[in-house]
Design a protein around this ligand. Structure first.
Ligand code: PLP
Ligand code: COI
Length: 359
């Protein structure tokens, strides 16, 4: 199924000079482009009203379902400016598929994948002037909210799907400098049968107390342990994690209760292309500490769309802190980061057909 998007340009777009000033140092997620894509759903009409229009507030009745029961899902992907002036999207089909999966888990109306991709593309076309040059990118945030006005607890009969766009630099202030992470021993993120494997806003709301604890301990990010044995590393608040061993092999926690990251999947593919063994298997916090101390573990890194690949330099826990490779960025993380970024910006061959050219 596809829909024709009506393009309604903003009547007072941001003046060019002001846009250039905002693009000079975008940071992450605080500045936004002039437009948004919106598609609505109700039971009678199905998906309808597809348009790109001026970015504006939504009028929501105070009894709108999402405000009470958090029936909400989202995605995150980026558009990259190529050296030849064209624009790449990275694996938007994978985001569209994951969005469908999230919708299904949250009992929401599944958005047809072609509509998801078209909404993203149409917004990128309309707001093309907002894509930062250099190593910046345009972060795209598709999301869907339940907007039936009803206080009964049941799946909403109406939804709004929208895409907004934010020019971004690095997610972490230090760019690719090693980050420190706090092991959450008081809070878990996801249990078997829960929503850990989908991208719903509630997962992030539930992670904020643990993330605040990380900040209180001087760390950048929280890392969660499994909810059953409270030992196995799951993932960070907003990133997956990899471990690099002295024999060159990689380990990453298995899918199940973690978000199936598109960056994670891409790293596994790139590593395997290069003949590097990758194991998706449980890895405990005790083993991590022992391997970092003995030197068997050479590197650890976090990965995600926003963070790309960020080396982990230090792990902090109530039971004591430890460093990974002396706290420095390692060659495997930095090598994979460059390889991935080069594909995303169209500077390297794309053997897996991950790039979708918008221009
Ligand atoms: N895990 C969580 C909890 C996330 O929020 C993200 C970010 O989207 C990831 C992992 C990485 O996923 P992806 O590589 O698809 O961005
Ligand atoms: C992303 O990487 O796209 C995310 O959604 C993570 C979030 C912490 C910004």
């Amino acid at each position: 199924m596809s829909l024709k998007f009506e393009i309604l340009p903003a009547s007072s777009p941001t003046p060019e000079q002001e846009r250039a000033a905002r693009l000079a140092d975008p940071g992450f997620g605080r500045i936004f482009t002039d437009h948004m894509a919106v598609v609505r759903y109700d039971k009678a009409k199905g998906w309808h009203g597809a348009r790109v229009e001026a970015r504006a507030n939504f009028a929501l009745d105070p009894a709108t379902a999402v405000l009470h029961y958090a029936q909400e899902i989202f995605e995150g992907l980026k558009a990259y400016q190529r050296d030849d002036g064209g624009v790449n999207l990275f694996r938007p089909d994978a985001n569209a598929a994951r969005f469908q999966n999230s919708a299904e888990r949250m009992a929401m109306a599944p958005l047809p994948e072609p509509v998801f991709i078209d909404a993203v593309e149409q917004l990128v076309r309309t707001d093309r002037a907002w894509i930062p040059g250099g190593d910046g990118s345009l972060y795209l945030r598709p999301f869907m909210i339940a907007n039936e006005v009803f206080l009964g607890v049941k799946p909403s009969a109406e939804y709004i799907f929208a895409v907004i766009a934010s020019p971004v630099g690095s997610y972490f202030k230090g760019g690719p400098a090693p980050v420190s992470i706090w092991v959450s021993e008081n809070y878990t993120r996801a249990a078997i049968g829960g929503t850990g494997a989908v991208k719903c806003g509630g997962n992030y709301a539930a992670s904020l107390r643990a993330q605040a604890e990380a900040i209180e301990h001087g760390c950048d990010q929280v890392v969660f342990l499994d909810a059953v044995e409270r030992r196995y590393i799951e993932e960070l608040g907003g990133m997956n994690v990899f471990f690099v061993f002295e024999d060159g092999s990689l380990v990453t926690p298995p899918l199940g209760t973690i978000l199936p990251g598109i960056t994670r999947d891409s790293i596994i593919a790139l590593a395997r292309d290069a003949g590097t063994p990758v194991r998706e298997e449980p890895y405990s916090i005790e083993q991590w500490r022992a391997d970092a101390t003995s030197g068997r573990l050479k590197e650890a890194f976090a990965c995600g769309t926003a963070a790309v690949i960020s080396p982990i330099g230090k792990v902090c826990a109530a039971s004591g802190d430890f460093l990974i490779s002396g706290g420095a960025a390692g060659p495997v993380a930095m090598g994979l980061r460059k390889q991935l970024i080069d594909i995303q910006y169209g500077r390297a061959a794309d053997p897996h057909d991950w790039i979708r050219k918008v221009f």
